[in-house]
Design a protein around this ligand. Structure first.
Ligand SMILES: [Zn+2]
Length: 269
């Protein structure tokens, strides 16, 4: 590593720290994004500790901000001819894994987190840096494919199995998340053996709080009642939509040129 210049991604990945993080990669990500055994979760967009395990994001704004930042940089990912990509982060680094079309190998880009920055901001910085490397090579050679080849050469080949960026189809219950939150139910509870019964119980619990006769707010109670009706009819005939993605990573699909947020784990029904 030369002195007198900023630490670049390449320096960073050539450094011994990167090798350390590489080994720690799975462990760190699991600890941060899916804290097993812990009641408290982390926001899937910024990593902040959440008050309840039921929530996935600290706010919808936070989720939207990261999606937006990811989506404005799809030009770079397209230049690299990515079929699939994933984005995830720990407290010390952000990681983008990528599978180009026709490739049997995953290319990983690591970038250190800046103190006080959100993963979305760190992603923009990494994308700027990678974009500069690409443009400089494009100017030098006047060839897009050479620039892309050059940039992929800077990535780390971890030898991770293709399945880590190639998602399987996941069945997601076609039910509005707001209905569940009105009844204070968890998506996982949709697997309950006697779902209709537990929906009714959840409704009774919430009605005690929100019924206007008991001092509750009429509008809130109406929403609660509608959620109850929709969930009981869903319980009679459960329906699902198929989605691609990962529970703990943001996923880019080359066919749609869009990023999608982490999706719930596979339903058992
Ligand atoms: Zn957040």
């Amino acid at each position: 590593m030369k002195f007198g210049r900023a630490l670049t991604l390449i320096d960073f990945c050539n450094s011994i720290f990167c090798l350390y993080y590489l080994n720690m990669k799975q462990l760190i990500v699991r600890n941060i994004i899916e804290p097993n055994g812990s009641k408290k979760g982390r926001c899937l967009a910024c990593g902040a500790t959440l008050k309840t395990a039921r929530r996935k994001y600290c706010s919808m704004e936070c989720r939207k901000r990261l999606l937006y930042k990811l989506d404005v940089r799809t030009g770079l990912i397209r230049a690299l001819n990515a079929k699939y990509a994933t984005f995830y982060f720990s407290e010390v680094m952000i990681i983008m894994d990528m599978l180009p079309y026709g490739s049997e190998q995953i290319f990983s880009f690591f970038y250190p987190r800046s103190p006080g920055s959100k993963p979305a901001e760190d992603f923009s910085r990494m994308a700027d840096m990678l974009g500069n490397i690409w443009w400089n090579e494009r100017k030098r050679t006047n060839k897009r494919y050479l620039a892309s080849f050059h940039l992929l050469g800077k990535a780390v080949k971890t030898g991770a199995p293709l399945i880590s960026v190639k998602p399987s189809m996941v069945k997601v219950p076609s039910i509005k998340a707001t209905h569940l939150s009105h009844l204070k139910l968890d998506k996982a509870q949709l697997n309950a053996a006697e779902l209709q019964k537990s929906v009714k119980e959840a409704y009774r619990r919430q009605a005690k709080v929100h019924h206007p006769d008991l001092g509750g707010d009429a509008a809130t109670f109406r929403k609660l009642h509608q959620a109850y009706r929709e969930l009981t009819s869903w319980a009679r005939r459960p329906s699902f939509t198929k989605r691609r993605g990962f529970p703990d990573k943001w996923f880019y699909d080359g066919r749609t040129n869009k990023w999608v947020q982490p999706i719930p784990s596979q339903m058992q029904r």
